[in-house]
Every structure is written in structure tokens, then in C-alpha cells.
Design a protein around this ligand. Structure first.
Ligand code: ACO
Length: 374
């Protein structure tokens, strides 16, 4: 057996998947064979969630049933609501989100049932309930009353309603829906691979998603959308952007929201998200962030040939929608639950324990000396 080290599993194909395909050379991302850009323009987030989970787009009846299932499962227990309300207010919402899914696992009667039927039902319960609990923390930490979900609202409308007590105009809701579609799935990224690794020991879906959330939190992965906003806030105004980015690159610092392990010529999700970022900027009559966005992007491409990833446009878009910066990555979670769940079910269906090897580089074999002889 060769002992060449492939740090970061760079270029290693570890399994097959039918869920999504990333083709960086032709700037393409498909979910179950459908181009993601097409899905954004022609489908609601619920239709795409159904697609990712079930393998095909729903027919009218199937969508109606799926929406009803979500609606019926949206409420959280008093127990979980109280836990969320009593979490330290300074907690990072991603840590709260991780704990929420963990608690959902404690409350679920089928936690240890890994049959395909039980896993699908649990996936739907997590997908429906997590946004309710996340929105509860959004309000509770500001001392505001918790708003329960409302019937006859779409997934996105309902999230806005639970966070702000009202639903914004259609263009804002559509931009949010698009961001959720773009965040839903992305093959073997760090958090998905974490979920599959946890699943490979035949552990349960709540544990796998809890681990995936911890993985997504990191600034090299989903946490980048929050970091992008911190960067924009540091830059403050478009007039400062050129100087800031050149100085940052001179210091050889990493610029958040740029670069990708797979896409080296640009992230296939960015053009669509950029379009909706521009629409939201227009609705909000705020051009400041879009100007900073363009200046930083141009310098990154001109000087480093490094392109933005999807977290670059989502960060300022969520800011303009009114979300607190540290809630950007939990929004990523409420969408990616669909992709993670599909991968967890796929892993269960054809499982092989994930257990790579390591090359030992520690001290040579040595003799243990008794405590008084060391
Ligand atoms: N800013 C500045 N330089 C960068 C950036 C960046 N954002 N990204 C890559 N580079 C440089 C690296 O410094 C490195 O340069 P070097 O060869 O001179 O050392 C070269 O480009 C290659 O980069 P790696 O980090 O080796 O590439 P890798 O594939 O391992 O990393 C990663 C990809 C982690 C995403 C990286 O681009 C990065 O740190 N980006 C910022 C964080 C970010 O935006 N993450 C979100 C990813 S998308 C998502 O998870 C939804």
C-alpha cells in the first residue's frame, strides 16, 4: 500500500452520489440532473427541497402533500422553545442551531430507527422544525416574544414571519428562496462529508446533522457568509474598498467569500445570486454594498485570479434583508438540511465505514520508563 499523503483528501474520489454534480470546467451545478440556475428561475424552494430529498421534482399533488407535511411539523415543543429562550444570549447562533438539532434528536421517538422510511420522516421533521427554533432564538436573545409558525405561508415567507413578525414584498422573498435553492446541496463538501462519515458508523440522522452544523460553522466553509459581512462593515464605504483590498492582499491575508476547493474559474452559483443581490439592493435603495462588492471582486480577479464563491453575494443580501450577521450561517443550515439528509440516506443505502489511513510521523518506538525514572 502506498503511503503518499493526500492532505485535505485533495482530488480523491471517495464514493458515488446521485444527488448533485459539480462540473467546474463548464461552470455547472446540477441537482438530480437539473441545472441549479434553471431551478432558481422556475421552482420554489419547497419544490427543490422535495427534489433533493426524493430524487425528482414533485407533481402538483406531491407538492401539496409535502407542503402539508412541513406545515404539520413546524411547531416545536414547549421544552425546546424554553431551552432556546434560556440559552445564553451571547451564544453564537450556529452553536444554538447545533444544539437545537441535538435536542430534536432527544425528543424524536424514532431517533435510533435508521430505516429509509423513518429517516425520511425524521429529515422532514428536522427540516420543518429547525427554522422555527432558530427564529425563536433570533427574537428571544433580543428580549422579544417568540412567534410561532403561521399556516398558508411558504417556507421562506414563514421564516421571515417568525423572525420579523411580517412578510416582506415578493421580490425579497424570491431572493431569499433563490439563496436557499443555491445553498441546498453541493456534493462532498466538508459538512456533507462530515455527515456521511458520522452516518458510516451507522449512527443516526440527528447526530450526523449536528456534526455537519459544527463543520459548516467554520469560516473556510459556511461561516464565510458572516465573515464577508464583517469585511464589508470594516471597509465601510466604496471609497475605501480599493485601498482596503490591495492592502489586504499585500499582507497575504485570505479574503473571505473568495476561492473554492472545486471551482477555480468561478462558482456556478454566483451569477444567479449576484442577480438577486442586485434586485434586493434596488428594492432597498441601497447601492453601497454592491459598489464595495464590485470593487473587491475586480481586484481579486485582476490580482489573484481568484473568483467569488456563493457566500460573497449572500452575505450582503441577507444584511439588506434585515438579518443579524451571525444568523447568516444558520440560514445556510435551514436549506442545507435537505442536502445533508439526502446524503445521509444515500450513505445508509450503500454503506461502507469511512476510515482512511494516516502516515505516522511521531517518535520511534521507545521504552516506557517508570514515573520515578523519567
Ligand atoms: N483570499 C486570498 N487568497 C486565497 C483565497 C482567498 N479567499 N483563497 C485561496 N487563496 C490562495 C491561497 O492563499 C493559496 O495561495 P498560495 O498557493 O500562494 O499559498 C492558493 O490561493 C490556493 O488556495 P488553497 O487555500 O490552497 O485552496 P483550497 O482549495 O485548499 O481552499 C478555500 C479553498 C478554503 C475555500 C479557500 O479558497 C479559502 O480559504 N477561501 C476563503 C473562505 C471562504 O470563502 N470559504 C467559503 C467556501 S464556499 C462554501 O463553503 C459554501
Amino acid at each position: 500500500m502506498g503511503d503518499e499523503v493526500k492532505k485535505g483528501l485533495l482530488g480523491i474520489v471517495v464514493d458515488e452520489t446521485t444527488i448533485s454534480q459539480v462540473m467546474p470546467d463548464i461552470n455547472s451545478l446540477t441537482y438530480r440532473g437539473y441545472a441549479v440556475q434553471d431551478l432558481c428561475e422556475k421552482c420554489s424552494f419547497e419544490e427543490v427541497a422535495y427534489l433533493v430529498l426524493n430524487g425528482d421534482l414533485p407533481k402538483k399533488k406531491e407538492l401539496k402533500k409535502f407542503k402539508k407535511q412541513l406545515e404539520e411539523n413546524r411547531n416545536i415543543t414547549i421544552n425546546l422553545r424554553e431551552i432556546v429562550k434560556h440559552m445564553p444570549k451571547r451564544s453564537h447562533p450556529m452553536d444554538v442551531t447545533r444544539t437545537i438539532v441535538s435536542v430534536l434528536g432527544l425528543e424524536d421517538k424514532e431517533t435510533n430507527n435508521n430505516s429509509p422510511e423513518a429517516n425520511m420522516k425524521k429529515a422532514i421533521r428536522i427540516f420543518a422544525k429547525a427554522p422555527t427554533a432558530i427564529a425563536a432564538f433570533f427574537r428571544a436573545r433580543k428580549g422579544k416574544n417568540v412567534i410561532p409558525p403561521k399556516k398558508n405561508l411558504s417556507f421562506s415567507e414563514n421564516f421571515f414571519y417568525m423572525c420579523f413578525g411580517k412578510v416582506p414584498n415578493k421580490e425579497i422573498v424570491k431572493a431569499f428562496d433563490v439563496s436557499l435553492i443555491l445553498y441546498a446541496e453541493h456534493s462532498f463538501n466538508v459538512s456533507t462529508f462530515t455527515a456521511r462519515t458520522i452516518t458510516s458508523s451507522l449512527s443516526d440522522i440527528h447526530g450526523a446533522i449536528t456534526g455537519a452544523i459544527a463543520s459548516l460553522k467554520g469560516p473556510l466553509h459556511g461561516g464565510a457568509n458572516e465573515e464577508v459581512m464583517h469585511m464589508m462593515n470594516k471597509i465601510k464605504k466604496p471609497e475605501n474598498a480599493l485601498k482596503w483590498i490591495n492592502k489586504t492582499l499585500d499582507k497575504k491575508e485570505v479574503v473571505m467569500g473568495f476561492g473554492h476547493r472545486v471551482y477555480k474559474k468561478g462558482d456556478s452559483r454566483v451569477p444567479t445570486m449576484e442577480k438577486y443581490f442586485k434586485k434586493v439592493s434596488k428594492v432597498k435603495s441601497d447601492k453601497k454594498f454592491i459598489k464595495i462588492y464590485e470593487i473587491v471582486k475586480k481586484v481579486m480577479i485582476d490580482r489573484k485570479n481568484i473568483h467569488p464563491n456563493v457566500d460573497y453575494p449572500t452575505g450582503p443580501t441577507y444584511h439588506l434583508m434585515g438579518f443579524d450577521t451571525d444568523f447568516f450561517t444558520p440560514i445556510f443550515v435551514i436549506s442545507r438540511i435537505t442536502g445533508w439528509s439526502a446524503h445521509i440516506m444515500e450513505q445508509h443505502a450503500a454503506n461502507k465505514l469511512i476510515r482512511p489511513l494516516s502516515k505516522y510521523s511521531g517518535p520511534d518506538h521507545r521504552k516506557v520508563m517508570l514515573l520515578n525514572q523519567r
